[in-house]
Design a protein around this ligand. Structure first.
Ligand code: KIV
Length: 291
């Protein structure tokens, strides 16, 4: 990997934050305004999540259909706009499951074409060798276990993972194995707090929780969920910090009503001409029409 530009949060700083007990703040973003807002808010990491499938691209209830090309465009857009935050490109379903070689090829595209700083991939087990191969190629990797949306069907739907002692122990083992495979960070999604606490205690690398309680080293939320841009059912772990969909609807309705009533644009939104130019124009125009 090349040296990060001055001002970019350096990757080793994340582990240092864990050691100092400083929380790492991550949010998803998919476009330039989102990246700029995150940067201005002092967010440490931006995940260009494959949740884009659902919150941006209109694939209903699943992240599976989003393609490499779609993820590369979104990631490149965010990377262009974000300066200090570390940008993580989320590898879409199908881009790393087939072989280590294909996983590396696609991870390279995230870094080379989309300028991501790291890539994220879901799962452990067979995915451990993918993580190892990507890291060996010089690309920092983020693991993701617990609820893994790309394989939600196999997990029985979008539901909490690791609720039995046996399943919880498997999660701890997977987390340890991902760290050993070279992951620099681990996302824990929808797992009970005590399980996340134990994983966080065992690992030297930081854990980032989403629905995993307060003991993780950092937190991530989906941009549209926390800003109130998502509609319909939201998981219990989401906290809404704004209600932007209400504000946007109100604004669009007001705009439509004003256009229909002829009250927009007002005089203050129009361009004017000097009086003599206007008079000359009106005279010439009426003479031409009269001809
Ligand atoms: O795609 C995404 O937004 C994610 C987060 C929910 C962690 O993977």
């Amino acid at each position: 990997m090349s040296t990060p530009p001055a001002g970019k949060l350096a990757l080793p700083e994340l582990s240092a934050m864990k050691r100092r007990g400083e929380k790492i703040v991550m949010v998803t973003a998919y476009d330039m305004p989102g990246a700029r807002f995150a940067e201005d808010a002092g967010i440490d990491m931006i995940l260009v999540g494959d949740s884009a499938a659902m919150v941006v691209l209109g694939y209903e209830g699943t992240t599976v259909p989003v393609t490499m090309e779609e993820m590369l465009i979104l990631t490149r857009t965010v990377a262009r706009a974000a300066y200090r935050p570390i940008v993580v490109g989320d590898m879409p379903f199908g881009s790393y499951q087939v072989s280590d070689e294909e996983a590396v090829r696609n991870a390279v595209r995230f870094v080379k074409e989309a300028r991501a700083d790291m890539v994220k991939l879901e799962g452990a087990g067979p995915m451990l060798s993918r993580v190892r191969a990507i890291v060996d190629a010089g690309i920092p990797a983020v693991g993701h276990i617990g609820l893994t949306p790309q394989t939600a069907t196999a997990l029985g739907g979008f539901r909490t993972q690791g609720k039995s002692a046996e399943a919880a122990l498997r999660l701890v083992e997977d987390a340890v194995a991902l760290e050993a495979a070279g992951a620099s960070l681990l996302v824990l999604e929808a797992v009970p707090g005590p399980v996340a606490r134990e994983v966080t205690r065992r690992l030297a690398i930081p854990t980032i929780g989403i629905g995993a309680g307060a003991d993780c080293d950092g937190q991530v939320l989906v941009y549209h969920d926390l800003l109130g841009l998502s509609e319909g059912h939201l998981p219990r772990f989401v906290k809404r910090y704004a209600n932007l969909s209400r504000d946007i609807r109100d604004a669009l309705e007001a705009y439509a009503a004003e256009v229909r009533a002829g009250t927009f644009p007002g005089r203050e939104h129009q361009y004017t001409m000097d009086d003599d130019e206007r008079a000359a124009f009106e005279e010439a125009a009426s003479a031409r029409v009269a001809r």
